[in-house]
Write a protein that binds this ligand. Structure first.
Ligand code: ADP
Ligand code: 5SP
Length: 460
C-alpha cells in the first residue's frame, strides 16, 4: 500500500493523517496543541508538527506529504531565512486601522475588489504588513520575504533555507491581499504599498499538484494550500456545494468558476486548490462561542447541546450576538459579545445555551446570504469543523439556514484534503484521485425566520 500524509496546522492544533494513496482510507493519525494567542512563533508550529507526527507513528513510510494550514498569517523572514518576529495570525485584530488606511490609499473598496477580489480587513496579510511597516519599522526593514503558515511549514519539510525556494499555491496566495485569484498573479505594487515602499520576496506559486521539493526521507512535498481550500478538496466540493465550517473561525465557502467581486467586503474572492475560485465569508467567532458558553455554564459540550435542545426556538427572546473576539464579518474588530432580552422566564442555562447556538448560526446564515448575493447557487449545505460535533448545532442549523444540512462523519477534513493533494502530487494526473466519499447525516427542520429576524434587528 502506498501511503500519503496530510497536515492541518490550524489555529488551535496540528493534525496529521496518514492515508492509503489509492483509496483515501485512514491508516493512522496524530494531533498536538498549538499555543494560545493571536501571535505565534512559527517554530511552535514546527514543534507541534513534530509532536503530531510522533503521535501518528512517524512519516518515514509515506511517499508524499502536503500541508494545509490556517490562512493569512504573516510570517516575516530575514535574508538568512530566519523568522523576524512571531507570526500575526488571521484572528489578530491589531491591524484593523491599517486595513482602513490601505483601503483609502488605493481609492476605496471598489479599487481593491477590482484589483485582487479582496477588500483588506484586519485578517488579511496585506493589512498586517502595513501594521508592521508603521508599528515596527525596524522589523519591516529586516523582512526580506513574507510567506504564509502553510508555505513556511512546507518549506521546513523540504529542509531548504534559501528564500528563492519558498513556494505556495494560488489557494493560499489569494488570501494575502496582494494576489488576484481572477488573474492568477501577484500584485507586488500592493505589497509595496502596504510596506510603505519597501519590497519583499514572495513564494513562487506552484501548480495544484506540483512537487515543490522532497523531505529528508525522500517523500514528495505537494504545494499545500489554505485550510478552507483543503477542506473543499477533501469533500470533492462541486458548484452548488456550500461548505460551512465551524472551527475557531466560522467559514461559509463555495467552489465556483466565477471570481468574487464584493466591494462590501463580506465575500472574499479566494481561489480553491484545483484551479477554480473559492468565494468565502469568514467570521471570527465560531466553535469558541460554544466553548465559552459551556465554560460559563460549567458544563461540557454534550451537556451544552442537551441544554440548547431543551429550550424553545428563539430562546424565549434571548439573543446572543457572539462577537467575543470582535468580528470580521461584519467588520467590527472592536466589538464585544452581548446578550439581549433577558427576562426572568428566560434566565436559565438552557435558554443561554440555545441563544449561543442560534446566534452563532445566524451569523453563518448571513454568510450564506452574502454568497448568494455574489451569484452562488446553493444546492447542498455541508457542515464540518470541530463545532459540527455538537448535536445541537447540527439539529438547529437547518432551521436557521432555512434548508437541509448534510453533516459528513466527524473527521479532520483539512488534513484529509491535504492527503488527497499529496496523493495527487504523487500520481501526477490532471485531476485529483477519486476517493470514495464519506457518508453524511441529513438534518432537516422547519425554517425559523423569526429567529433570524430578531437576531438581525438586535445586531443592527
Ligand atoms: N462536541 C463539540 N461541540 C462543540 N464544539 C466542539 C466539540 N468538540 C470540539 N469542539 C470545538 O471545536 C474547536 C476545534 O475545531 P477545529 O475545527 O479543529 O478548529 P481549528 O481548525 O480552528 O483549530 C474547539 O474550539 C473545540 O472546543
Ligand atoms: O481566516 C480564515 C479564512 O479566511 C480562517 O478560516 C483561518 O484559515 C483559520 O481557520 P481555522 O483555524 O478556524 O480552521
Amino acid at each position: 500500500m502506498t501511503l500519503v500524509a496530510g497536515i492541518d496546522s490550524s489555529t488551535q492544533s496540528c493534525k496529521v493523517m496518514v492515508c492509503d494513496a489509492d483509496t483515501g482510507a485512514l491508516v493512522r493519525e496524530g494531533k498536538a496543541s498549538h499555543p494560545d494567542g493571536t501571535e505565534v512563533d512559527p517554530r511552535e508550529w514546527a514543534s507541534a508538527l513534530d509532536d503530531a507526527v510522533a503521535a501518528a507513528g512517524g512519516l518515514d513510510d509515506v511517499a508524499a506529504v502536503s500541508v494545509g494550514a490556517q490562512q493569512h498569517g504573516m510570517v516575516c523572514l530575514d535574508d538568512a531565512g530566519a523568522v523576524v518576529r512571531p507570526a500575526l495570525l488571521w484572528n489578530d485584530t491589531r491591524s484593523a486601522g491599517a486595513a482602513t488606511q490601505l483601503v483609502e490609499d488605493l481609492g476605496g473598496p471598489d479599487a481593491w475588489a477590482d484589483a485582487v477580489g479582496v477588500v483588506p480587513l484586519a485578517a488579511i496579510t496585506v493589512s498586517k504588513l502595513r501594521w508592521l511597516a508603521d508599528s515596527e519599522p525596524a522589523n519591516a526593514d529586516r523582512t526580506s520575504a513574507v510567506c504564509l503558515p502553510h508555505d513556511w511549514l512546507a518549506w521546513q519539510l523540504t529542509g531548504r533555507s534559501d528564500l528563492g525556494t519558498l513556494a505556495t499555491d494560488r489557494g493560499d496566495a489569494s488570501g494575502t491581499g496582494y494576489f488576484s485569484a481572477a488573474t492568477d498573479s501577484y500584485r507586488t505594487d500592493l505589497l509595496s504599498l502596504a510596506l510603505r515602499g519597501r519590497t519583499a520576496a514572495v513564494p513562487r506559486v506552484a501548480g495544484p499538484a506540483e512537487r515543490i521539493g522532497e523531505t529528508r526521507w525522500g517523500a514528495a512535498v505537494g504545494p499545500g494550500t489554505g485550510d478552507n481550500a483543503a477542506a473543499a478538496l477533501a469533500l470533492d466540493a462541486q458548484e452548488g456545494d456550500v461548505v460551512v465550517s465551524v472551527g475557531t473561525s466560522g467559514v461559509v465557502s463555495a467552489v465556483s468558476v466565477t471570481p468574487a467581486n464584493d466591494p462590501g467586503g463580506f465575500v472574499a474572492g479566494f481561489a480553491d486548490a484545483t484551479g477554480r475560485q473559492l468565494p468565502l465569508v469568514c467570521t471570527l467567532n465560531a466553535a469558541r462561542v460554544l466553548d465559552a458558553t459551556a465554560s460559563l455554564l460549567g458544563v461540557d459540550h454534550d451537556e451544552l447541546s442537551r441544554l440548547a435542545l431543551s429550550a424553545p426556538s428563539g430562546s424565549g427572546g434571548l439573543v446572543m450576538v457572539p462577537y467575543f473576539e470582535g468580528e470580521r464579518t461584519p467588520n467590527r474588530p472592536d466589538a464585544a459579545g452581548s446578550v439581549h432580552g433577558l427576562r426572568l422566564a428566560n434566565s436559565t442555562p438552557a435558554h443561554l445555551a440555545r441563544a449561543a447556538v442560534e446566534g452563532l448560526l445566524c451569523g453563518l446564515a448571513e454568510g450564506i446570504d452574502h454568497l448568494i448575493a455574489q451569484g452562488v447557487t446553493v444546492r447542498r449545505i455541508l457542515l464540518i469543523g470541530g463545532g459540527a460535533r455538537s448535536q445541537a448545532l447540527c439539529e438547529l442549523a437547518p432551521a436557521i439556514f432555512g434548508a437541509p444540512v448534510l453533516v459528513p462523519q466527524p473527521a479532520e477534513y483539512v488534513a484529509i484534503g491535504a492527503c488527497r493533494q499529496a496523493a495527487w502530487t504523487l500520481a501526477g494526473t490532471p485531476e485529483p484521485p477519486q476517493w470514495s466519499q464519506t457518508s453524511t447525516r441529513r438534518f432537516e427542520a422547519d425554517p425559523a425566520p423569526d429567529v433570524r429576524e430578531r437576531y438581525s434587528s438586535v445586531r443592527r
